[in-house]
Every structure is written in structure tokens, then in C-alpha cells.
Design a protein around this ligand. Structure first.
Ligand SMILES: [Zn+2]
Length: 434
């Protein structure tokens, strides 16, 4: 009797599963070429079969199931949705003093959904947001996950954690009589740093951002000086890993980079003044480099017009060229590279412009694509779900007209974007022609 009930229950759940499988909307996408994001050679006459929000099969000339909705993209290349591992989705460049004095994080929250939509339209179906005020990135992530707002999947950090007077301290450069209110990522000393990690986790952070050194776009003096002691960095990383959160370290200077690597961070962001020893350490430990090697062009062209202090522009001039040369050294040495642009320093939606820089500074077009797909997904710990056109992963897809291995800048202009099986962009031209 009891056994029968179990068998009956099993049969019931099998039938339910079969019914669900049969009822799921099946979509088949055809394109002249497919780049899977894992580094394999492109596939010709590609077919990707999608059931609901996930890919069930991808290959050349696959049979299309009866009743499937067919999307024929013609002479296009299909790729996994891109991943930007370093964004600030809640802000955009604007007048320095206006944003400092008049705007608050409420203004950011009102506008952030526009940046999210633009990012998704550019083919970036996932971003890792490394620092936002008042947990706005986490609220945005929730709204996107609930389908209220259109945007990429967000791996959010909450506040970047750093020292008083450092790059994460919004009050640097202000009169001591201007008291900033609200949450902050500022923490000093081992215990406070641990508490600050716990606070980010408590309010929904998926990843922890540590400000290991000084920065460029802030008013403290140096660019690269370490801003935490080794003990503070060790404690921060230990605490984050205990809560199963990875750590991304903002680090420009050679010494601060090495301290962060020693502490066990998962990625070095910027990495501008990394030296040979630092490169060797990253290679040995498998630490990822996320280098924002596009935005220098934008900053030097535009920030003077936005009333940024001369000190900041001078710092950028000092960093930009060296950072790109060191990126090339790291690529040659075989350091793991993940794509991250610091979007928000330049307007959101231009995230794809960094692909050409990866190629200009040492990667092959295929390596640049892998940096923004499977490599980025592994850094995020999301490689079961995103980063490749492969069975079982989310149907997060991008298509560009023509062959991006011949012209990498095609990736700046996707004509088709799908997220989780839902088409969010499909241009009539030029993808319809074959
Ligand atoms: Zn940043």
C-alpha cells in the first residue's frame, strides 16, 4: 500500500515533468556562425535550441523540433551574452561639483534603470557592479529579477569597502563641515572591516569590493599607495570568503596589488602599475585581472569639460598608457583575463568598445570574446548558468552582423539580444538579410 503510494507519487511527478517539458516554449535560432564563448572554433550553419529560459542544444545543422518558433538571423554570428565584470550602474559622468553637492543617491536610484536598459541593449546580459551608494545596485537587481525593469543580471557589491580618507570615502576633498549622511563603505581596522563585510552581505551583496589602493577619480594625493594594512586586507578577504563571497580588489599601485593578491582576492581591478613580481603572483595563484583599458580615451576627452579637478585629470594621464602596457605584459605572461570596463565612468551602453582595446593590447579576438564570456562567468562563480552557448546554460545570446573575428568592433553593435530566452532586441537591419 505504502509502496504503491510512493510509486503513484513518482509516476505523477514524472507525468508532470513530461507535461512541463512538452509545454515549454521551444525556440530555435539559426545563424551563419556560432562562437560558443569557450574558445572553440566557430561553428558554421549554427542552430541553438532553447526550452523556456535555457539552452538545450547547440551545434551545426541540428534538427529543429516540430512546433518550435524559428528565429533566422541570416549572415550573423551568434555569441553568448557579454559580461562586464566592473560597472557602476547607478551613475554616469556629469558635472563634478553638481554631482558632489546637489545630487544624492536618490537621484542615482531614479535614473539607474535607464543605464541598466542601455547596458542590456548593448548585449551585456550580466554585469558585476563594484560599488554603489545606499544599496541602490541591490534594489535594481531585485527589480530586474522580478521583471519590473529591463536590464542585465546583476552581481552586486553594495558599497566598496575602504579606509577613511581613501578612494571609497565620498568626503575626500570636501570641507570638514560637510557631513555626509547615510550608509558608507568606510571601515578602519580589522574588526571594523569584518563588520563592514557582514553589513554588505546582510543587505544582499553577492560579491565584496575592497579598495586596496588609492584611485584616479578621487581627490586623495597618490594614485597607487596602499590604503589598507596587510592585516586589514587579510581580514576582509577571510571574512568575505567565510560568507562565500568573492573579493574584487581595486588596486593601481604595484605594492597594493601584491598585498591584495597575498590576502587572497579573486580579482585585481585596474592593475595599472603591476610589476613583474605581481604578474608572476597572479599567474601562480590564478588571480584574475580586470583592466578597464577603454575608458582612458573617454576621460581625457571629456572630463575637462565636466569641471573635474586638474589633479584628477593629471592622474589619469599618468595611469592610462602604463595600464595598457602592463595589460599586454599580463596577457603575454598568461594571467587570467576577465572583461571589465568601469562603465559609469563613461556612459552606459558603450561597454563593447573595450573589445577593440583588448585586441590592440595583446589578445586575439577569440581571447577577447572569452574574457567577456566564459572567463568572466568563472570569475563570477556563475559558469553553470552563463558565459557560453552550451546546453543547460541560460539562453543569454547576442548576435552581430558579419564575423567579429575579422572585425572585433562589430561587437559594439549587436543587432540581436536575448536574455533568459526572451528576445530583448532584434533590429530589422542588417540581420535579416542573408
Ligand atoms: Zn570602478
Amino acid at each position: 500500500m505504502r509502496l504503491n503510494r510512493v510509486v503513484a507519487a513518482c509516476l505523477l511527478s514524472l507525468t508532470t515533468l513530461a507535461a512541463q517539458a512538452a509545454e515549454g516554449p521551444i525556440t530555435a535560432i539559426r545563424a551563419a556562425r556560432l562562437i560558443d564563448g569557450l574558445g572553440s572554433s566557430p561553428i558554421r550553419d549554427a542552430v541553438v535550441i532553447i526550452d523556456g529560459e535555457r539552452i538545450v542544444a547547440a551545434g551545426s545543422r541540428l534538427a529543429i523540433p516540430a512546433g518550435a518558433t524559428v528565429i533566422d538571423l541570416g549572415d550573423a554570428t551568434l555569441l553568448p551574452g557579454f559580461i562586464d565584470c566592473h560597472t557602476h550602474i547607478t551613475g554616469e559622468p556629469g558635472d563634478y561639483y553638481k554631482s558632489f553637492v546637489r545630487d544624492s543617491h536618490i537621484d542615482d536610484a531614479v535614473r539607474a534603470h535607464i543605464y541598466a536598459a542601455r547596458t542590456l541593449q548593448a548585449g551585456f546580459t550580466t554585469i558585476r557592479n563594484l560599488g554603489a551608494g545606499e544599496f541602490v545596485d541591490i534594489a535594481l537587481r531585485r527589480a530586474i529579477d522580478e521583471g519590473v525593469v529591463s536590464g542585465p543580471r546583476i552581481v552586486a557589491a553594495g558599497h566598496g569597502i575602504g579606509a577613511t580618507g581613501g578612494h571609497a570615502d565620498d568626503g575626500v576633498g570636501a570641507s570638514p563641515y560637510i557631513a555626509l549622511q547615510g550608509f558608507s563603505g568606510v571601515a578602519d581596522g580589522v574588526e571594523a572591516v569584518r563588520l563592514k563585510v557582514r553589513e554588505q552581505v546582510k543587505y544582499g551583496a553577492d560579491v565584496i569590493k575592497m579598495v586596496a589602493t588609492a584611485g584616479v577619480l578621487s581627490e586623495e594625493d597618490s594614485v597607487g599607495a596602499p590604503q589598507y594594512t596587510q592585516a586589514e586586507m587579510d581580514a576582509l578577504v577571510d571574512e568575505a570568503h567565510r560568507w562565500d563571497r568573492k573579493v574584487a580588489a581595486h588596486a593601481h599601485g604595484a605594492e597594493g596589488i601584491k598585498m591584495a593578491i597575498r590576502a587572497g582576492v579573486d580579482s585585481i581591478e585596474h592593475g595599472s602599475f603591476i610589476d613583474d613580481e605581481g604578474i608572476a603572483m597572479m599567474k601562480a595563484r590564478g588571480t584574475y585581472l580586470v583592466a578597464d583599458i577603454y575608458n582612458d580615451d573617454y576621460i581625457l576627452a571629456e572630463f575637462g569639460k565636466l569641471n573635474y579637478p586638474q589633479k584628477i585629470i593629471d592622474k589619469e594621464r599618468l595611469v592610462g598608457r602604463v595600464q595598457r602596457e602592463n595589460f599586454r605584459k599580463a596577457v603575454r605572461a598568461g594571467v587570467k583575463i576577465a572583461y571589465g570596463t568601469d562603465a559609469g565612468v563613461y556612459p552606459h551602453g558603450g561597454n563593447g568598445r573595450q573589445f577593440a582595446k583588448h585586441v590592440e593590447w595583446g589578445q586575439t579576438p577569440m581571447q577577447a570574446i572569452v574574457a567577456a564570456t566564459s572567463s568572466a562567468a568563472t570569475l563570477l562563480g556563475r559558469d553553470k548558468d552563463i558565459g557560453a552557448v552550451a546546453a543547460g546554460r541560460f539562453a543569454d545570446l547576442v548576435a552581430v552582423s558579419g564575423d567579429p573575428l575579422a572585425d572585433i568592433t562589430l561587437l559594439e553593435r549587436p543587432g540581436f539580444v536575448m536574455k533568459g530566452g526572451v528576445t530583448v532586441r532584434r533590429d530589422a537591419q542588417p540581420l535579416a538579410s542573408r
